[in-house]
Design a protein around this ligand. Structure first.
Ligand SMILES: Nc1ncnc2c1ncn2[C@@H]1O[C@H](COP(=O)(O)OP(=O)(O)OP(=O)(O)O)[C@@H](O)[C@H]1O
Ligand SMILES: [Mg+2]
Length: 401
């Protein structure tokens, strides 16, 4: 079992200081670009990697001492198999971060990190070289499809746990979209652009229009597939336990990447269904993810004038979290957007108000009509504007209502 309880950071990347307590279930970090969300996830992962030559460590370049700072370290309080302990990493002292010694690492591999570069389907992750010495580029999506086929369809003597995970994996297709069901997975050889015979994995799914190759499903579907199957794969390969028993930590950077708002509203719910016993730490820029979170799951990060990161004091939400708030209310009051209206709209509103003050009839009309055409047809503000402008409009211009 692994739970990250608390992280303290000093002078790493953009974070001058941070004290962050996390809850054992879901933690959704949100905050402006560059505030340090990815840095937090990177620090957590880095502390669980086995000690290795820093030059070989893929995260070496992600965790840096803040420029012009004198000390730089972070510590994590975690519970590993019921024991709570503190883990430190002193960057100044790390050989590759300019000097000597690292104190303690979390000795548990129970951590899954899906960062953006890993799961972006368009990022070729691995290069495979075939017998002719030709290079083939594989994306995360390709790799996961191959693993799915290899693990569940080529495996002889499947264990009970693997079989259970296969049933779960099949359910994921449908969970993502109730109109999609898994049909079969097969391998097939085809010529590629080099005229080499290359193995392709075909996963066929039933949709409302008939059975198709899942490659033709939307990129949002495939992005979710990569996230969820990435988790199943990790648990299956490392532990061979039923996925629902996984009690480690799952870190996902920018969970909403590539997803249509409709997917953004349900992805966290699906994660909770898939890994009910894991601690989930994710980052997002999506008001839809925030809207669908439960009370206590949102961690709104802010930064003060001295670059210290803090947890913003949000307006009280009810026992339902922000599930009753509109997207606009979340953008402004949770995500800290100054104003969710466009600049053009705000300028017109200002001109309209100025024209009303001056009783400048021509300007009132001009701005009123511009605003009226700009607003959504059912926006109640239209009525308010009309009432304000009414006395300056000709009778036929006021309309019936
Ligand atoms: N050595 C350094 N010293 C000071 N600041 C740094 C250093 N290295 C990186 N930064 C800053 O750290 C920030 C990167 O933080 P990070 O990628 O964690 O942000 P983020 O919250 O994940 O942003 P986004 O939402 O865009 O993904 C950037 O603003 C960058 O300018
Ligand atoms: Mg980031």
């Amino acid at each position: 079992m692994l739970r990250i309880n608390e992280i303290n950071i000093r002078n790493i990347n953009s974070i001058t200081s941070l004290n962050l307590r996390l809850q054992p279930g879901v933690n959704i970090l949100c905050g402006t670009n560059g505030i340090g969300k990815t840095t937090i996830l990177d620090c957590i992962q880095y502390s669980t990697l086995p000690r290795m030559n820093p030059r070989m460590n893929p995260l070496r370049n992600n965790i840096r001492r803040t420029v012009n700072s004198s000390d730089s370290f972070y510590s994590i309080n975690a519970t590993v198999n019921e024991h709570e302990d503190d883990f430190f990493l002193d960057l100044i002292n790390e050989p590759d971060f300019h000097a000597s010694q690292e104190i303690n690492r979390i000795n548990s591999r129970k951590l899954i990190y899906l960062n953006i570069s890993d799961r972006n389907q368009r990022t070729p992750l691995r290069l495979r070289i075939n017998e002719e010495g030709r290079i083939r580029v594989m994306s995360t999506y390709d790799l996961i499809k191959r693993w799915f086929y290899r693990c569940y369809y080529k495996k002889k003597n499947m264990s009970e746990e693997t079989f259970e995970n296969l049933l779960l994996a099949k359910k994921v297709f449908n969970k993502l979209d109730p109109n999609v069901t898994f049909v079969e997975a097969t391998e097939k050889y085809e010529e590629d652009y080099n005229n080499d015979m290359v193995k392709f994995i075909e996963i066929m799914v039933k949709t409302q229009r008939g059975t198709i190759n899942m490659d033709f499903l939307s990129s949002g579907y495939r992005a979710c597939f990569s996230i969820l199957f990435g988790i199943i794969r990790h648990v299956e390969e490392r532990y061979n336990i039923p996925v629902e028993n996984f009690d480690g930590v799952v870190l996902i950077d920018e969970i909403d990447l590539h997803l249509h708002p409709e997917w953004q509203t349900k992805i966290v719910g699906i994660l909770k269904w898939l890994i009910p016993n894991a601690q989930i730490i994710i980052t997002t820029h999506s008001p839809h993810v925030i809207q669908n979170a439960e009370k206590g799951e949102i961690v709104p990060l802010g930064i003060d004038g001295n670059n210290n990161m803090f947890i913003r004091n949000l307006p009280e939400s009810s026992e339902y979290g922000y599930q009753g708030w509109t997207i606009e209310e979340i953008l402004v009051h949770v995500m800290g957007l100054n104003n969710p209206k466009s600049k053009v709209f705000l300028k017109k509103i200002k001109s309209f108000e100025e024209a009303l003050d001056k009783e400048d009839i021509a300007a009132i009309k001009e701005n009123y009509y511009a605003l009226d055409s700009m607003l959504h047809s059912r926006n109640p503000l239209s009525t308010v504007l009309r009432i304000q402008a009414e006395e300056f409009l000709e009778e036929e211009e006021v309309g019936d209502e």
